[in-house]
Ligand binder design. Structure first.
Ligand SMILES: [Zn+2]
Length: 277
């Protein structure tokens, strides 16, 4: 643990929170209907969703600005969603977790190990996309194709660098993950007549599978379903007048949490499962 440099931890957090403020833009702009969809970089600056005033750089500091402005737009004084600092804090922590995963081999003979930087880049990108799609799914009950396609391509490119997974492993993870979830969705829709899963969730498993392989994809579906069930039943218990069959939940965030657990400690989970520990 002496390899973990405290300054690097702080730097990883700040870097993550800056990416988090970009994720807030994605979360806001990606689900917009096409006619009012601004492209992600147009305008290239942040605007207030209420009055469309340009947000000045000094009011756009991740996490801090929200609290300095007391959660209100400087121009129109409308409330800024608490989601903005939450996403920035979460992304900061995601960056720290990705850094901790590679910190043991970040330096070899006092030189920066390129492989650690590459691992950090792909792991953090994975986690950042999980955060973005979770917040979009929670609010809009959709997972944008753009995120699943970019994620899947990153997973495929990553196999070129990583020693623990081949291109074939990644494709197998995508096919088994997406296929299994598609079979579950098909079963519920045709046999039970419950429209429980969207194709967005199936495509999400294609993305996650490309990063975590077959075992990781099955783990993600199993743990994601378990988490979703626990929360659904807890929600049902609180809201008992609701019909459980109509109790709609976004499944994406649970798959995202399970996939994130696996990308961070999957090697240990796999070793434990196969009796290696
Ligand atoms: Zn405003």
């Amino acid at each position: 643990m002496q390899d973990i440099n405290f300054l690097f931890l702080i730097f990883a957090f700040i870097f993550g929170s800056i990416i988090g403020s970009f994720l807030n833009v994605l979360i806001y702009r990606l689900p917009l209907p096409r006619e009012e969809k601004r492209s992600i970089f147009n305008p290239p600056y942040s605007i207030c969703p209420n009055c469309e005033a340009r947000i000045k750089a000094y009011d756009n500091i991740p996490i801090l600005s929200y609290f300095l402005l007391k959660g209100r737009c400087r121009n129109c004084k409308s409330k800024i969603s608490l989601q903005y600092p939450i996403v920035e804090i979460l992304t900061g922590f995601a960056s720290v977790l990705a850094y901790l995963k590679v910190s043991k081999y970040l330096f070899i003979n006092n030189q920066i190990n390129k492989m650690a930087l590459i691992d950090y880049f792909f792991i953090f990108s994975f986690l950042a996309l999980m955060i973005a799609l979770s917040f979009i799914d929670l609010e809009h009950k959709i997972i944008p194709n753009e995120i699943n396609v970019i994620g899947f391509l990153l997973g495929i490119i990553y196999t070129y660098f990583r020693p623990d997974m081949t291109l074939l492993d990644a494709l197998a993870g995508s096919i088994v993950g997406g296929g299994l979830l598609f079979a579950i969705a098909f079963f519920y829709e045709k046999v039970k007549n419950i429209d429980a899963l969207g194709m967005g969730d199936v495509k999400l498993l294609v993305f996650i599978g490309s990063f975590v392989g077959v075992f990781g994809a099955i783990f993600t579906i199993f743990i994601g379903s378990l988490l979703a069930l626990i929360v659904a039943f807890a929600g049902y218990a609180v809201n008992s007048n609701k019909n459980i069959r109509e109790y709609e939940i976004a499944f994406g965030p649970y798959l995202a949490i399970a996939g994130s657990i696996y990308i961070l400690i999957g090697d240990k989970i796999k070793a434990f499962y196969f009796g290696g520990l």
